[in-house]
Design a protein around this ligand. Structure first.
Ligand code: ATP
Ligand code: MG
Length: 378
């Protein structure tokens, strides 16, 4: 783990985004308006010098969270705090001041760079907009060189006057990162920054981001659907399912001892040789259907209770009606899951059951997959 002072830089509390659905004839006749529940009640904190991974399958709301945090979208409800102060900006000067501190990196570096402009143009613009271009030509040139050097595109003069199409995908993503650094930000929101790159160069870009975290003490949100890369790269991992956060904790714990049935499913479907043995054994005990097969739910009419319950092998009656809060899991500091399995009452009754089972003559199977602890998180 890297040294960091753990200061909260950017935090979100109860962040919610509902997109209105265009009304069809049936909606007009029924006088109803429907919304896509893209993000509901997301709470997270990004800390100085730390990477927080946000993991989830396609459509789970990851990019919407990033866009809300960067204030590109207005939110339906919830609060965003930058250094503890509530921040709501709608364009103009306030947005620019916010963007100076909170920058985004997108999935597709080709789409995010204008093909008719050189690297020099992109970086100069970023430096100038954010007041970091210096006062003289020489100062600007030095700032450009420093940016390219920081993203390991050296010697800088080899890249400055190239166009985006003259660079490789990895180099383009490094330019996009350099452009974000032109603002001298404190927070980087990286939305699947390596998923469009060749596998062979992904690690280089992730290592660069890690280097920036360590040297510039950036707070980084790393969005990915690859939970194995979260383990490698992130200090903390948060898991989203159908617009809601379902599990969080330090990356090692969440990936090695996943608590929420959805996180287990994610890990089982993205095998990583040294993570999976325990989960694989458990998975083998279930049929494919009860291992969480099926589709994510409609976000226009999401399931009541826990949104994962229609796919969950461990679903109980209350999961279909009551929304689980964040419940503490085990002894690992800060590990939580929004799952009724970790409700103290459920834990106590499953312990009593397994005691009764093991005291029966000839009983050999303890309920290995039962939750370890369950205490309501504060
Ligand atoms: N501008 C929009 N208008 C209406 N619905 C939207 C809009 N943007 C996103 N959505 C919907 O919100 C949900 C979450 O989308 P989002 O792009 O945040 O998911 P994601 O987790 O980033 O997915 P992916 O891994 O595919 O990038 C999806 O159902 C999507 O269709
Ligand atoms: Mg996305």
């Amino acid at each position: 783990m890297t040294p960091s002072d753990d200061t909260a830089v950017l935090s979100a509390d109860g962040l919610t985004k509902h997109f209105p659905v265009r009304r069809g004839l049936a909606d007009l006749l029924a006088r109803r308006s429907r919304v896509v529940h893209a993000v509901d009640d997301v709470t997270l904190t990004l800390r100085r010098g730390r990477v927080t991974a946000l993991v989830g399958e396609s459509g789970s709301g990851k990019s919407t969270v990033a866009r809300l945090l960067s204030q590109l979208y207005p939110r339906t409800s919830g609060e965003i705090r930058l250094h503890g102060s509530v921040s709501t900006v709608r364009g103009g000067r306030a947005f620019r001041a916010y963007a100076r501190q909170v920058q985004m990196i997108f999935q597709d570096p080709f789409a995010s760079l204008n093909p008719v402009h050189t690297i020099r143009y992109h970086l100069t613009r970023s430096l100038r907009i954010h007041g970091n271009g210096g006062r003289t030509k020489a100062e600007l040139e030095a700032a450009l060189h420093a940016l390219l050097t920081r993203v390991h595109l050296t010697p800088p003069e080899r890249y400055l006057d190239k166009f985006p199409h003259e660079l490789s995908g990895g180099q383009r993503q490094r330019v996009a990162i350099a452009r974000a650094l032109g603002a001298n930000p404190e927070v980087l929101l990286a939305d699947e920054p390596v998923s469009m790159l060749d596998v062979s160069i992904r690690l280089g870009v992730l290592n660069l981001l890690r280097d920036l975290k360590e040297r510039l003490h950036l707070a980084i949100l790393y969005i990915t659907h690859d939970i194995a890369s979260a383990r490698y790269f992130a200090d903390e991992t948060l898991v989203m399912y159908a617009g809601r956060m379902v599990e969080g904790g330090d990356s090692e714990t969440v990936t090695q001892r996943p608590a929420h049935p959805y996180t287990r499913l994610l890990i089982e479907s993205a095998p990583d040789p040294d993570t999976i043995q325990g989960s694989a054994r458990e998975a083998a005990a279930h049929t494919p259907e009860d291992r969480g097969g099926g589709e994510p739910p409609s976000l226009i009419a999401p399931p009541a209770g826990c949104r994962f319950h229609p796919r969950c092998p461990a679903a109980m009656a209350r999961c279909t009606a009551e929304l689980p809060p964040r419940l503490t899991v085990g002894d690992a500091d800060g590990h939580w899951a929004a799952c009724w399995l970790y409700d103290p009452a459920t834990v106590a009754s499953s312990r009593a059951e397994s005691r009764a089972e093991s005291s029966r003559p000839g009983a050999t199977r303890a309920a290995a997959s039962r939750p370890a602890v369950g205490k309501v998180a504060s």
